[in-house]
Write a new protein. Structure first.
Length: 280
């Protein structure tokens, strides 16, 4: 694998940290964004020449554009953009506050959109590059108690699938990575739980409480192996539009999509009944 320059958002923990660590060990240059540099103090100390750590709140959209512009100006070329910053928000839709709804959309969805949009002119000008959007199998499969997370992931998948077709002619490839559950801080540390209502006790909307309890079960995904597969995907040509990580995630996604297709196929007559008759 050739050494490249990568811009990765959200490198303080989870996949972001692990990808950054692996890439730096192999001699790559990384522009990594965090909200708190203390979480990556080891990387700053060990890789002073190849790790450029930047403070960024991805809900600050002008700051995103400024960072991207400065980074391309400084490094001349950035080969890979990885949009990774995000978090999980758990609770029934009725339980969530307006601020919680707005913040997760701004972080997971709009922040990712603005990062990609900011990078596109530079990638086009330099003749190509690769964009990797960290999504989730929750961008295809929905569970109760996680409605706003699913809203952001279903949304970013539609955005990226459309943009991929727009920029293919410029040699820009886009890949949506859909990990299953992994043993990262995302699940066992940074996940946010709203103020729960007693009316939903015993409701499927609160099933997530068991999932977030590491003493009851551990996610099957190995973040080290997952990070390695994400990095390796940059070598694939053409860029795969989707890449799912985790056997459980793959099985669940296939089952969900098969059921969805079967439901659509039952609606053939209904769909046709809304067309103008042939010849009109």
């Amino acid at each position: 694998m050739n050494n490249r320059t990568w811009l990765i958002s959200g490198v303080s923990s989870g996949f972001g940290y692990e990808m950054t660590r692996q890439l730096l060990e192999k001699g790559n240059k990384i522009i990594g964004t965090v909200r708190n540099k203390s979480k990556v103090a080891d990387l700053i100390e060990n890789y002073p020449e190849t790790f450029s750590c930047e403070i960024l709140d991805v809900t600050d959209f002008p700051a995103i554009r400024n960072l991207v512009d400065r980074s391309f100006e400084k490094f001349g070329r950035i080969d890979v953009i990885i949009s990774n910053a995000g978090y999980g928000l758990f609770g029934a839709a009725e339980e969530l506050s307006d601020d919680e709804v707005n913040h997760i959309i701004a972080t997971n969805l709009t922040g990712s959109i603005q990062l990609i949009r900011s990078a596109l002119p530079h990638l086009r000008t330099q003749g190509g590059g690769r964009i990797i959007q960290i999504s989730s199998y929750g961008g295809q499969v929905a569970f109760p108690g996680n409605s706003m997370y699913h809203a952001t992931k279903f949304g970013i998948e539609g955005f990226c699938e459309s943009v991929a077709q727009e920029v293919e002619a410029f040699n820009i490839g886009i890949t949506l990575v859909e990990p299953g559950g992994a043993r990262t801080e995302f699940r066992y540390g940074s996940a946010q739980v709203t103020k729960l209502m007693t009316e939903y006790e015993g409701n499927p909307a609160h099933n997530f409480l068991n999932m977030l309890d590491a003493s009851k079960s551990l996610a099957p995904g190995d973040p080290v192996r997952m990070a390695a597969r994400i990095i390796e995907s940059v070598e694939l040509e053409p860029a795969p539009i989707r890449m799912i990580l985790g056997s459980h995630a793959l099985a669940s996604t296939i089952s969900t999509l098969k059921a969805r297709v079967a439901d659509y196929e039952k609606q053939t007559e209904l769909a046709a009944s809304t067309d103008f008759p042939a010849g009109e």
